[in-house]
Design a protein around this ligand. Structure first.
Ligand SMILES: [Zn+2]
Length: 291
């Protein structure tokens, strides 16, 4: 029995040691340790049974062999589970690193500057709440700087997260995790249709009701707003390419593709985006670039 006990002790210690070593060592070496441990234990227990039960060794040894087999199996399962966990952790880490790399590359592709103003921020919008990218036109030809000053001076608190200039430069006015007032009230029933709700996260400062036909107000809390500098006619290629890159950046930031709509989808009859944008909008919705 002493022999059995000491072997078990050795075996018992071999399990965690092999697993620990396995994290830095090779799978082959770990498997070999397991096989050897199991075999040694089986042989030892079979021999021990023979000594204690002379004459009836086969019958007496059977429960011990079965017990040893169960122990070996339990040890193997624990070892396999540890290995699965280590592999899952490594895969998750790799995925995280690749996502960070994609975001870095997407950000590097932008000609982006920031102009944050306190009056543009109306609440928290964590990634869990992000659902839509809402496209707008500024309905003016002037570059972003003037648009931003105009928003700030209006006292209405309106703004979009980004403005894309005709030359492809982009100004960010609101951080992605903050609510901006860009979509306003939508058609009554659109909260339900778009799967958004009007929550207390939005302070609604500066908002004014526009009547019972446009009573729903959930979109701002679930979206990122992008303005294209545009007053009519075509959209320059540089501006469209910048929008492609900006959408790729937003997708990389969240790690998923937000649904792309334009402002007039939220409030029917609204003027933006322009008719000249309709083909581009279809392309963005279909494959996330303008062409
Ligand atoms: Zn708009």
């Amino acid at each position: 029995m002493r022999q059995q006990k000491s072997t078990r002790t050795t075996y018992g210690h071999a399990v965690p040691d092999a697993c620990r070593k396995g994290r830095t060592g090779g799978t082959v070496r770990r498997s070999a340790v397991w096989l050897l441990s199991g075999l040694l234990l089986l042989m030892t227990l079979a021999g021990c049974g023979g000594e204690t039960s002379p004459g009836g060794s086969a019958d007496a040894a059977t429960p011990l062999v079965q017990k040893a087999a169960q122990l070996a199996l339990a040890g193997k399962e624990a070892h396999d589970e540890a290995q699965r966990q280590a592999e899952a952790e490594a895969a998750a880490k790799k995925e995280q690193e690749e996502a960070a790399q994609r975001l870095e590359e997407a950000q590097a592709a932008l000609q982006l500057s920031e102009d944050y103003r306190d009056s543009f921020v109306h609440g928290e919008k964590g990634a869990d709440y992000q659902k839509y990218i809402v496209l707008h036109d500024t309905e003016g030809d002037g570059p972003a700087e003037g648009v931003i000053d105009g928003w700030d001076a209006s006292g209405a608190g309106v703004a979009s997260h980004f403005i894309v200039n005709k030359d492809g430069t982009i100004v960010q006015c609101v951080p992605l995790d903050k609510i901006a007032h860009h979509a306003g009230y939508g058609d009554t029933g659109h909260n339900e249709a778009f799967g958004v709700t009007d929550e207390s996260r939005d302070d609604m400062v500066g908002t004014v009701s526009i009547g019972p036909d446009h009573a729903d107000y959930g979109m701002n809390s679930y979206s990122v707003g992008i303005e294209m500098v545009h007053a009519g006619g075509g959209y320059p290629e540089a501006q469209l390419e910048a929008l492609d890159a900006l959408i790729a950046y937003i997708d990389a930031y969240y790690g998923f593709e937000s649904t792309i709509i334009d402002h007039k989808a939220w409030r029917l009859g609204n003027s933006d985006t322009s008719p000249e944008f309709s083909n581009y909008l279809y392309n963005y919705q279909d494959h996330r670039t303008h062409d």
